[in-house]
Design a protein around this ligand. Structure first.
Ligand SMILES: *[C@@H]1O[C@H](CO)[C@@H](O)[C@H](O)[C@H]1NC(C)=O
Ligand SMILES: *[C@@H]1O[C@H](CO)[C@@H](O)[C@H](O)[C@H]1NC(C)=O
Ligand SMILES: *[C@@H]1O[C@H](CO)[C@@H](O)[C@H](O)[C@H]1NC(C)=O
Ligand SMILES: *[C@@H]1O[C@H](CO)[C@@H](O)[C@H](O)[C@H]1NC(C)=O
Ligand SMILES: *[C@H]1O[C@@H](CO)[C@H](O)[C@@H](O)[C@@H]1NC(C)=O
Length: 577
């Protein structure tokens, strides 16, 4: 593709469009900035650093890797550049925790040291083998052409509660290399493995592509060491490009409990296949069905299998990975939230990248989508609380929420209205929520909504990041938009200020919409309708920082909106190092 794009021979609009996408995408994930590589950041800028999201003291981070619960501790590994604030020199950094919120950093667990990972130790997963302990599968880079192989590592001492040291046995490593027909430069991110009780084979998948078709290859093994590629990928989808960080797991059709991968074949489960699309730098997932006897995953006809598909999050959220937590019977999702400023800014700040707050994930009772909610342990950081009750907001009202620290807060609110008659009519051409949000931000007055929160706002609203709902009337239903609009988030107009948004598949019978936002200096992480549609935005205010940040509730629609209740808490900082 690169040659074609560079050649400037083809003038077909479609093709040039593809080239633009390809250029942004293919090089986006592992882009090197040689000039910044060795620039040691002398000073870490605190101004936009988070207080309770996961982030190391300095430097670049990206994908969460191998999250697990083992022997009383949660482990989080993540991609870290120990030498700078842009991508490069990647190692598996390692932290442990007993509550997923406060963390103790350890030495990097995996770093280049073998011929098969000399040029990089990229993302992967942990599998806990019953009776044996954890095994990490990760992608090793064997040369300067980014040739990718899959490798394994085991704890030096599986009884060490911290699993501090990891070894990469020479025997069988690398365990998988790209065979004929597999593109070795697009072949990475092995998943947690699952076991087929019927045939005694372990299985795992690896993200890849063939031309423009995204796919996840399936591998099987009897002993976890010798792996054989299955004839067919577990699934593939046309024109989705490289599938990074696939994640594959069962969800229960009954209730919110999470399931271990040993429930892959259990009754009353659906399956989730999530992929991170390198071309768009967004993720999508499908719900579907899978059994270890067919070894094929088939998405439900209610899930769109491509770029427009369901997303965990409609904002900055990528390379996510889930794990089963047996101590609380839940499945937990980690995702990386990148910066949306420039590499130059990141070098000046001395850091880049955070992990989103871990989220519990389960199947919505409608069985068409997942639901996510911040883990309950987050509540332990809640400090001073203020509440609002039965507060009515007329069109144009904005009321300040005082008494907490608005730059570091957790806000949970319920908005109601008496009628949907005023809802604006929905144009069926509005298929892209993000475009609609950009077009009808909080400043364009509406019928039912926009209403919601103005987060990280300066006193006189020169800056603010509104998180709001807007309800439209289509011929046969209502359409609900959740929008987190960064366009007015900073006076620095040169910054990337996306209007992130998603539609919300919610029943409006009770004429009520719920919204929770986690505000943490440069992140606004919002959960709409109890976690059905979620949006994480990274923003960099100039005025609305620290004690100069404010929080408001607002309504800019004709229909009066009642805040049935609102609770806002100051959040204490997490212990992270
Ligand atoms: C392994 O870790 C356990 C628990 O910390 C410790 O008691 C034991 O001595 C360690 N074994 C070795 C060989 O270091
Ligand atoms: C293999 O993947 C790389 C990286 O995306 C790409 O540049 C290359 O064109 C692909 N090769 C083939 C034969 O498709
Ligand atoms: C989708 O699949 C279900 C069964 O799983 C079937 O009942 C339904 O008719 C299908 N809908 C469409 C639009 O194909
Ligand atoms: C509400 O609408 C008015 C009129 O368009 C606009 O001036 C104001 O900024 C809007 N409020 C918010 C919070 O966007
Ligand atoms: C995060 O940063 C923004 C702004 O630079 C890019 O547009 C996104 O593509 C990027 N997202 C990821 C997942 O890398």
């Amino acid at each position: 593709m690169k040659g074609v794009c560079d050649g400037k021979v083809f003038v077909l609009l479609l093709l040039s469009l593809l080239c633009v996408i390809q250029h942004n995408g293919v090089e986006a994930s592992h882009k090197t900035y040689p000039t910044y590589q060795s620039v040691a950041s002398s000073e870490v800028k605190e101004i936009h650093r988070t207080a309770y999201h996961f982030q190391p003291p300095s430097h670049w981070i990206n994908d969460p890797n191998g999250p697990m619960y083992y022997n009383g501790f949660y482990h989080l590994f993540y991609q870290l550049n120990p030498k700078g604030a842009v991508w490069g020199n990647i190692v598996w950094a390692h932290s442990v925790s007993t509550d997923l919120i406060n963390w103790t950093p350890l030495e990097p667990a995996i770093y280049p040291s073998k011929p098969w990972d000399k040029y990089g130790c990229w993302s992967g997963s942990a599998t806990i083998i019953p009776g044996m302990g954890p095994v990490i599968l990760y992608t090793g880079i064997i040369d300067d052409k980014n040739t990718q192989v899959q490798c394994y590592a085991v704890p030096e001492n599986a009884s060490d509660p911290y699993l501090k040291k990891w070894v990469k046995p020479d025997l069988h490593n690398p365990i998988v290399v790209a065979e004929e027909g597999v593109n070795g430069s697009a072949f990475r991110d092995p998943t947690t493995a699952w076991y087929g009780k019927e045939d005694g084979h372990w299985r795992m998948i690896v993200g890849s592509k063939r031309k423009h078709r995204g796919m996840a290859y399936l591998y099987r093994s009897k002993d976890f060491l010798k792996w054989v590629k299955a004839k067919h990928p577990i699934h593939s989808s046309a024109d989705t490009g490289m599938w990074e960080c696939p994640d594959f797991y069962p969800v229960s059709m009954k209730g919110q409990n999470g399931l271990d991968l040993s429930a892959m074949d259990a009754p009353d489960v659906k399956h989730v296949l999530k992929n991170s699309l390198d071309l768009t730098r967004y993720e999508y997932y499908t719900l579907g069905s899978y059994s270890t006897s067919t070894d094929k995953y088939v998405p439900d006809n209610t899930s769109e299998d491509g770029w427009g598909g369901l997303r965990y999050d409609y904002g900055n959220f990528y390379a996510s990975k889930s794990f089963f937590d047996p101590s609380k019977n839940r499945r937990i999702l980690w995702g990386w939230a990148n910066e949306s400023d420039t590499p130059q800014d990141d070098v000046l700040k001395g850091w880049a990248g955070i992990q989103a707050i871990p989220r519990t994930v389960w199947l919505d009772p409608n069985q068409r989508q997942l639901v996510q909610w911040p883990i309950e342990e987050l509540d332990s950081l809640r400090g001073e609380q203020v509440t609002m009750k039965d507060q009515v907001l007329q069109k144009g009202d904005h009321i300040e929420v005082t008494g907490i620290t608005p730059a570091q807060a957790d806000v949970d609110a319920s908005f109601s209205f008496t009628s949907l008659d005023n809802a604006e009519s929905f144009d069926p051409s509005w298929t892209n929520a993000q475009d609609l949000c950009a077009q009808k931000g909080s400043k364009v007055q509406g019928g039912v909504g926009p209403f919601g929160l103005l987060t990280l706002a300066s006193k006189k609203l020169e800056e603010f990041t509104p998180v709001f709902f807007r309800i439209f009337k289509a011929p046969d239903k209502h359409v609900v938009l959740l929008c987190s609009d960064a366009s007015s988030s900073t006076l620095k107009k040169s910054k990337y200020r996306p209007s992130f948004a998603g539609f919300v598949d919610v029943d409006l019978a009770e004429k009520r919409l719920l919204l929770r936002s986690l505000i943490d200096h440069s992140v606004v992480e919002s959960f709409g309708a109890g976690g059905k549609t979620n949006v994480l935005s990274r923003v960099y205010p100039e005025l609305a920082v620290q004690n100069n940040a404010h929080l408001f509730v607002f309504n800019n629609g004709t229909e009066p909106i009642k805040i049935e209740y609102l609770s806002a808490w100051s959040m204490k900082p997490a212990v992270r190092y």
